[in-house]
Design a protein around this ligand. Sequence first.
Ligand SMILES: Cc1ncc(COP(=O)(O)O)c(C=O)c1O
Length: 424
Amino acid sequence: MKYQDYSREQRDAELSTLWEGINKIKEKNIKLNMARGVPSPDQLDLSRKMLDILTSESDCHAEDGTDCCNYGVMDGIPECKKLMADVMGVTPDMVMVGGNSSLNMMFDTIALFMTHPVTGGTPAWSLVPDRKFLCPVPGYDRHFGVTEYFGFQMIPVPMDENGPDMELVEELVKDPTVKGMWCVPKYSNPSGISYSDEVVRRIAALQPAAADFRVMWDNAYCIHDLTDDHDEILNIFEECEKTGNIDMPIEFCSTSKITFPGSGVAAMAASANNMAVIKGKYKLQNIGYDKLNMLRHVRFFGDIEGMKAHMKKHAEILRPRFEIVLNKLGENLDELGIIRYNRPRGGYFVCVDVLDGTAKRVVELCKEAGVNLTGAGATYPYGNDPHDSNIRIAPSFPSLEDLASAMDIFCLCARIAALEKLNA
Ligand SMILES: Cc1ncc(COP(=O)(O)O)c(C=O)c1O
């Protein structure tokens, strides 16, 4: 029966039982973390052998003879460009391999466009005082942090199971001060949805008033499938080629959640026009990123097929964790009418909408009981979730046992917060 259909007496009785439960848990002084999408130690172990690959001087040369121990090769060694191009489904000439963080490359890209015009004839973004950026919601808090830092007014665009509301996007881009849009097209952080073909085609077909409108295509979870029956998205560059918009997207990815978040390889892909501007900056910024790490990655995987086989091992570790989260939500909350959640086929998150007006309270109650969740509101620009309902659950890091306990606590807290709200 739904909590909404309970009588006041039934709710009060249920609340006191739930409080008893949570108070007992508090006595155990639990400390569990489901806040960030961090691979578990078991996942890191999958790549640990990579650290033993380069042991002698002769191991350290790229296929074109470059000594990877020395300076040089600003955009990445050829074999790593090829590997990362295959990850993104583009050609190596479109790729620049960077350091260990794609977020860093995204930050750098926005920073570059702030000071240098993206397209001939347009002012640098810093000269546009009321500059705006489209932010599909719920979204990735660190994206929003970057555009907030650079003084963009962030415009939330609601997402459904197909991706961002394209009717709204098409309307908003008529404003020339709208300079770009964040996209996580596959297994989106946090909603787990992948953009439908129609959404990708409509993005590619956008006719923004700003000639320097850019789509930040953060394909962070492009090969991060949990099941063989996985999502596929259209290739944004192929679609933009067809619509004459090849300069619009800039794609990003990394091996943070393939090998090591602390020491992966990040890459970006862009049209020749964009790359000319981007490399013009990088060649002043860096004489060459960590080529030994690039080489290690290539030798470890061999090619994209090796990398995909490796991702299946990650999926084996991650799948039971997602199952725990989904089963616990289903068993404890489904019939109470206080929750909606996704069933992602990949990525790192389960996105939960608790009863409107209770997300902050759920996060607070969980914290008091020893479970750390991503802050309520973090999935919206300025931390402002208008419904106070969205919570991102990151199941990857805790052990199976800890995750089950954390989810029991989460479910108890969601129920308490819902009853308090309904009683208010
Ligand atoms: C959508 C998205 N983009 C980027 C990142 C960070 O990537 P990187 O480690 O390559 O900086 C994350 C990490 O959680 C993410 O979820």
